[in-house]
Design a protein around this ligand. Structure first.
Ligand SMILES: *[C@@H]1O[C@H](CO)[C@@H](O)[C@H](O)[C@H]1NC(C)=O
Length: 229
């Protein structure tokens, strides 16, 4: 799914045009819903050349598409959150959209740059005390960006994706996601995905230590992505 408002003009020399690819898509099939997610991307090299708006993200959609929470790492002149620094390093923030395209309401925490090899962890949890979703982003273990909103909403979709959100983008360099885990509101063994993930991603094997409430993934390896739909 598209998440950013895109720019109309697409250059004729497009390497990749505005599009996104969901590598991991997981929905809650029954009564169980998502109450917590943890996901860490190890930032890859910058795309070559840096152009447009390459991004990598994990995300949760809540009931009835009320909120789309994303831990975003983006680079390119099409990303404005880190200014010029966001063309020479990845720009990272906790980010949430509400509403519907193209009239999104955009919320984001502090935007912080980080270079290749940095571990960018986003932890999303429906806080049982406040009933707000606390979205906390850490870079190499340091809390850098937060949002607390989306009161009482229930997660029903989880994504790991790449996107070319503006202009044209070079291929997304190979990267990996570590320590991915999802906690459901109640056990549901049918949440398990079997078989390959999309676009050549490998690993990401799901297992549960507690009969289907908590789901842990092995490291997900995403090869360079030269085409997107
Ligand atoms: C599953 O993931 C959670 C959260 O990252 C972690 O605390 C727990 O140790 C993991 N369990 C297993 C069996 O790996």
């Amino acid at each position: 799914m598209k998440v950013y408002t895109t720019i109309g003009a697409i250059a004729s020399m497009a390497v990749l045009v505005q599009a996104n690819t969901d590598l991991v898509t997981l929905s809650t099939p029954g009564a169980a819903w998502i109450q917590e997610v943890d996901a860490t991307v190890i930032l890859p090299q910058l795309p070559n050349p840096v152009s447009g708006h390459n991004s990598l993200w994990s995300a949760i959609y809540t009931d009835n598409d009320e909120s789309f929470m994303q831990g975003v790492s983006a680079v390119g002149p099409g990303d404005t959150y880190c200014g010029a620094a966001g063309t020479t390093a990845w720009c990272n923030n906790a980010y949430t959209l509400t509403g519907t395209a193209p009239n999104w309401n955009v919320f984001h925490g502090t935007s912080v740059t980080a270079g290749p090899g940095s571990a960018v962890r986003t932890h999303y949890k429906l806080n049982p005390t406040t009933q707000l979703w606390d979205q906390n982003m850490y870079i190499n273990g340091n809390l850098v960006s937060t949002l607390s909103m989306s009161k009482g909403e229930h997660g029903n979709l989880f994504y790991i994706s790449i996107e070319c959100a503006a202009g044209t983008c070079a291929p997304h360099p190979a990267h990996s996601w570590q320590d991915v885990s999802i906690v459901l509101s109640q056990a549901d063994m049918s949440f398990k995905h079997t078989g390959a993930w999309a676009s050549g991603a490998t690993g990401g094997v799901m297992s549960t230590p507690d009969g289907g409430k908590t789901w842990n993934f092995t490291t997900l390896y995403v090869p360079e992505q030269t085409a997107q739909q």
